[in-house]
Design a protein around this ligand. Structure first.
Ligand code: ADP
Ligand code: MG
Length: 223
């Protein structure tokens, strides 16, 4: 995937400022940055959901996990998945809900679920939706630590099976360092750091990696 001079303006505001980067196919890339740095805008541009200047060269089908779960309130968890998934995928719904820790919740409606449970329905939907590229906007943000670790492990094991391209946004340096091959840091719409990681994810969640230390430094460095 190749981003060339990607720029997004909202009136006077430059949400993305001349971003160029090559994101390797079949690898996991994390995107970090303060609130308002342009992370969600970058993901939308990669997905082709918004107009922008510059270009993104990308092939294949995209599955997109939004920052909010976006479930239909009148449908059960299972039917929310059926609603967007091709019929061939329906048989896998029960098992995927189990994998994200929602066994037995297939018939619950969104109002009967907690915020973290709704988020996990959306994660299951994103994983099941047929794709070559998985784009996830703060997928694990609303989850407790143990659940976060288990979903990082699940994401890594699904990635090992499928070897799809994954780009995910996070605020959490530990999450980025555990799950990515590489991390991009945005500051006020600009690409402020592009940090490669050593070896293959997932890395040990209980150990601070070199990437995590570099990320903390990059995020704390004043502009
Ligand atoms: P992040 O996801 O890093 O928190 P966003 O990509 O959502 O940041 O937003 C980047 C900047 O662009 C912010 O200043 C935000 O207010 C602005 N922005 C995002 N979407 C719109 C929009 N639809 N209209 C106007 N400004 C927007
Ligand atoms: Mg955002």
């Amino acid at each position: 995937m190749k981003l060339s001079h990607v720029t997004k303006r909202y009136g006077e505001l430059i949400a993305l400022d001349d971003i160029s980067a090559e994101i390797e196919e079949g690898k996991i890339c994390a995107v970090l940055g303060e609130s308002g740095a342009g992370k969600s805008t970058l993901l939308s541009a990669i997905a082709g959901m918004i107009p922008y200047e510059g270009s993104v060269e990308r092939t294949g089908a995209v599955s997109y996990l939004f920052q909010s779960p976006k479930l239909l309130p009148h449908l059960t968890a299972g039917d929310n998945l059926k609603f967007v998934l091709p019929k061939a995928q329906w048989k896998d719904i029960g098992q995927m809900l189990e994998k994200v820790g929602l066994a037995g919740k297939e018939n619950a409606r969104p109002r009967e679920l907690s915020g973290g449970e709704m988020q996990r329905v959306a994660i299951a939907r994103a994983f099941l939706f047929p794709h070559d590229v998985l784009l996830m906007d703060e997928p694990f943000s609303s989850l407790d630590l143990a659940l976060k670790k288990s979903l990082i492990d699940l994401t890594a094991s699904l990635w090992r099976e499928r070897r799809e391209t994954v780009v995910f946004v996070t605020h959490d340096v530990r999450e980025a360092a555990t799950l990515s091959h590489r991390a991009l840091v945005l500051k006020k719409g600009k690409l402020a750091a592009d940090l490669p990681a050593e070896g293959e994810p997932p890395r040990d969640f209980f150990v601070t990696s070199a990437l995590e230390t570099s990320l903390v430094r990059a995020l704390m460095t004043p502009d």
